[in-house]
Design a protein around this ligand. Structure first.
Ligand SMILES: Cc1cc2nc3c(=O)[nH]c(=O)nc-3n(C[C@H](O)[C@H](O)[C@H](O)COP(=O)(O)OP(=O)(O)OC[C@H]3O[C@@H](n4cnc5c(N)ncnc54)[C@H](O)[C@@H]3O)c2cc1C
Ligand code: SF4
Ligand code: SF4
Length: 837
């Protein structure tokens, strides 16, 4: 037997064993593992969950019998003290000697403790092992019993912020002390750090940047931290989380080459300066770097295993340090080169101080390549951006769409996971490609998401790739004809239709009731707006009622445009407007310098408004009889009409009046996607009614009602639902049709796609809403009736309530406007300057 000794039984040491035994030819080897800690390897990445009640067993990377079952000898609580290269032996602290053919050093790192006077005092801890956490918990309990409330964390990096959350969960007030001028200096720029800081401070966690600690105050136990400038921060506990220090002492002692600032030097085979000794994980210095993340450690483990077994697999030249995390409830992500700045690169930054999001992408000057970026407050775009970056995929014509969304378009600009090449790495921690995930389903090896995770290990590292893996598994299942349940997101295992019924039956009125009783976690940017829209569809709640769970356009009751300005779109039902109202629009546009355009929906849009100006603009409009046109909402936009029989000699009926009636009947009602309507007074179809979600066309003896059409990216002609019906019947069928769609469609599904997916298609729909086959017509009509007539203009509500007005301020602490907006002329008007590439 060839003997391999692994020193260190942490995450990477374990991964080495796991990888090694999965390789063919491993039968000739005997692995013996030594770990200083008293237990089998556990998941350090999720260490903080120990505070939330997880046990050491829950965090274990394997079952209790795993080592034995795989013929691996595990020695816990045994420290290796020396390596004797010449005799190929090691000695343990029990003074036992073992020989090896190959030695794998996976000794990780310890917490770096800066040489500050007094760090040895009672009440000062590090945050690395389960034992550290036990000690922190016991001490917190003790000082709380004595009435202490304040504790500090030294280090505002990723681990420091995680430690601050732990301290807060223990019932103490944390203060984060950072030497650098910003938080997470390795991942975030100043703007992102400011945003993170304001979000964290809002949770009553003190942030102290630019602080150099002179000494730890207190006699035997800590009572405070003295900063430069004689400023004392009174605290009774300190958790040091100021970086890591590779545990290279064994290597040093054995004369292996080590880096100037620590770490055992390895080549791309993971070999140290002694070819029989390998180093992997946080102790290994590869390309002059220590990588403090699991993903590179796992790759190193695989390379070392392959090399020992005889293959020529090498470590990649560049290691990706992209990360996506949730710190103290705040989503933070960075990828690629987050800071890159030179004349070849343009940084596009979107900052929304109201909801605390900061997004930055770094793009080449020609707008073609994504080089890196930062997301704070909302990292839902991370997976898509990371794939575009790592696969060097083409960017959309306006790269800013990647972080602003398609603004009124039909879906995400980040594309579909299925569009990625098979070689795209989806799970970086376990190096699992799209091809491996999809094939495991299509070739029949796996049936469910659980099977895929078990087989490929995707999602089992940091878990950031989970949404994408779920999408791929669903798409692969669909491709082989398996029925897939369209859960809204990872927080709810329900379809939108099921959630609609849950909210209605239980009469829920706020998001947290729903997620607490029927979901998990805190919700996300996907499920929150869906639930807010369901409340609106059931209770006619306006977007002012659930402001924090709405998406951006609904929060500001306006569509955000390029360069951060907003559009103002008053309702002009049926396209009919008086000369007086036309004048008002002209006056408003002049007063606020807005660009004016007549749109395809027969309305007048005013563009280029700043956030601060929105309330003043709307005040004038509302005082003059206008109301919100809901151009921003997933609700009825407009009902277009031709001039009808009042003016046109072909007109068979009064299309304008009908359009106005329809628009006023359904205005404000929230739906799974936007809705558009049209009314033409003869089959010449000047209002293009059959290109809308609903269209009515006057014919001899009545009206024809068409449904489920749309223009946009995938145009669809509407289909005939009922012929030659009177107005009352049009309203009746429309009430039923719209309510049935609102109840049953998935989030962001237009009526045409909904009908396409509906089992039985148009025939079935006719059975349901015309012939009442499933006996729900009365209920559908009653539900719609409860919404009609309860309409309130959202902008009027805002102007009447100062509390609601607060969000229309660009700066949280000042009424000043965003003076970064520059304007350029466009014909006889002007418009905000776009980003230039
Ligand atoms: C709180 C926390 C949160 C984290 N969050 C993330 C995250 O979100 N994402 C991410 O990618 N990474 C995260 N990390 C970092 C990640 O945990 C490490 O990169 C990973 O654990 C490194 O694995 P390792 O095996 O190299 O080292 P370790 O996990 O440190 O394991 C080394 C083991 O070797 C033992 N050992 C050392 N010397 C000897 C010796 N001479 N004899 C015997 N045994 C010895 C040690 O006791 C230890 O058990 C986090 C770390 C912490 C502490
Ligand atoms: S068609 Fe014009 S207005 Fe509509 S989404 Fe595209 S660019 Fe914007
Ligand atoms: S649709 Fe018919 S009635 Fe209406 S404007 Fe056109 S031609 Fe005239």
């Amino acid at each position: 037997m060839i003997k391999i000794i692994v020193v260190g039984n942490g995450m990477v040491g374990f991964k080495f064993c796991e990888k090694f035994i999965s390789k063919s030819g491993q039968e000739k080897y005997q692995i013996t593992v030594f770990g200083e800690e008293p237990r089998r390897a556990y998941d350090r990445v999720h260490l903080s969950e120990y505070f939330a009640g997880k046990t050491a067993d829950d965090l274990s990377m394997s079952t209790a019998n795993w080592y034995e079952e795989n013929n691996i000898i595990l020695n816990t609580s045994e420290l290796i003290t020396d390596i004797h290269k010449e005799s190929k032996t090691i000695t343990t602290h029990l003074e036992k000697t073992h020989s090896y053919d190959y030695l794998v050093l996976a000794t990780g790192s310890s917490a770096f403790v800066p040489p500050i006077e007094g760090v040895e005092k009672e009440g000062v801890f590090v945050y690395r092992t389960i034992e550290d956490l036990d000690a922190i918990m016991a001490y917190a309990k003790k000082i709380k019993a004595n009435g202490s409330t304040e504790a500090a964390v030294l280090g505002g990096g990723l681990l420091g912020l995680e430690a601050a959350k732990a301290v807060r969960d223990l019932g103490l007030n944390p203060h984060v002390v950072e030497f650098a001028p910003r938080l997470m200096p390795r991942q975030l720029d100043k703007g992102a750090s400011n945003m993170l800081q304001s979000k964290i401070e809002a949770l009553n966690i003190g942030i102290h940047l630019n602080k150099s600690t002179q000494y730890i105050a207190g006699k035997d136990a800590i009572t405070g931290m003295m900063f430069e400038g004689d400023h004392l921060l009174k605290v009774d506990m300190l958790v040091i989380s100021a970086g890591i220090k590779p545990r290279d002492e064994l290597g040093k002692g054995a004369g292996l080459e080590v880096g100037v600032r620590g770490g055992i030097v390895v080549n791309n085979k993971m070999q140290t300066s002694d070819p029989n000794i390998f180093a992997i994980g946080e102790v290994a210095l590869y390309n002059h770097m220590i990588y403090g993340l699991v993903a590179p450690g796992y790759e190193m483990a695989d390379v070392a295993a392959e090399q020992i077994i005889g293959s020529d697999k090498l470590m990649r030249e560049t290691i990706d340090m992209s990360t996506q995390l949730k710190l103290i409830g705040v989503e933070v992500a960075s990828f690629g080169d987050p800071f890159i700045e030179n004349e070849e690169v343009t940084a596009i930054v979107f900052e929304n101080k109201f909801n605390g999001t900061y997004k930055r992408i770094n793009v080449t000057k020609d707008g073609k390549t994504l080089l890196g970026g930062i997301l704070v407050g909302d990292s839902s775009d991370y997976n898509g951006l990371f794939q575009i970056y790592s696969n060097a995929m083409a960017l959309p014509p306006n790269p800013e769409d990647l972080i602003l969304g398609s603004r009124g378009g039909e879906g995400s600009t980040l594309g579909n996971a299925m569009d990625l090449p098979d070689t795209a790495v989806i799970c970086s921690c376990e190096n699992v490609t799209k091809g491996a995930i999809c094939c495991s389903i299509t070739d029949g090896t796996c049936e469910t998401m659980g099977d895929v995770v078990k087989l490929t290990k995707a999602t089992s590292g940091c878990g950031g790739c989970k949404p994408m893996v779920v999408d791929l598994v669903k798409a692969a299942q669909k491709s082989i004809g398996k029925e897939v349940k369209e859960s809204i997101c990872e927080h709810f295992h329900y379809t939108r239709q099921e959630l609609f019924d849950i909210v209605k039956i239980n009469k829920y009125t706020n998001f947290y009731e729903v997620v607490d009783h029927h979901g998990n976690g805190d919700g996300c940017e996907v499920c929150k707006p869906v639930v807010a829209s369901i409340f609106s569809s059931i209770y006619n709640d306006t977007a002012n009622k659930h402001v924090t769970t709405q998406d951006t356009n609904d929060r500001y009751l306006a569509n955000i445009q390029r360069n951060g300005t907003y559009s103002v779109v008053p309702r002009i039902a049926g396209g009919e407007i008086t000369p007086e109202k036309l004048v008002v629009i002209g006056e408003v546009a002049k007063q606020f310098g807005l660009y004016t355009k007549i749109t395809g929906a027969q309305r007048l849009d005013l563009f280029g408004a700043t956030l601060n100006d929105l309330p003043a603009i709307w005040k004038i409009l509302i005082d003059n009889g206008f109301e919100s046109g809901h151009a921003y909402g997933k609700s009825l936009r407009a009902v277009k009409s031709c001039v009808g029989n009042a003016w046109c000699r072909y007109g068979m009926d009064d299309s304008t009046t009908f359009a106005i009636e329809l628009e006023n009947r359904y205005k404000g009602i929230r739906s799974p996607h936007k809705l558009k309507g049209g009314v033409s007074a003869c089959i010449r179809e000047c209002a293009e009614a059959r290109g809308k979600d609903f269209g009515v066309i006057a014919v001899e003896g009545g009206w024809n009602l068409y449904i489920c059409g749309n223009g946009g990216a995938n145009p669809k002609h509407a289909v005939l639902l009922a012929e030659t019906i009177d107005k009352e019947t049009v309203f009746k069928y429309m009430d039923r049709f719209l309510m049935y769609y609102v109840r049953t469609a998935g989030p962001l599904v237009r009526t045409s796609t909904w009908l396409e997916k509906l089992d039985g298609g148009l025939d079935y729909l006719k059975e349901v809403i015309i012939h009442d086959r499933i006996g729900i017509c009365e209920a559908l009509e009653a539900e719609m009736q409860s919404l009609i007539g309860t309409y309130e203009c959202e902008w009027k509500q805002v102007l009447e309530k100062p509390r609601l007005m607060k969000r229309f301020s660009h700066f949280v602490n000042s009424d000043d406007k965003d003076d970064n907006i520059e304007y350029v002329p466009i014909r006889d008007q002007h418009m905000p300057k776009s980003w230039n590439f």
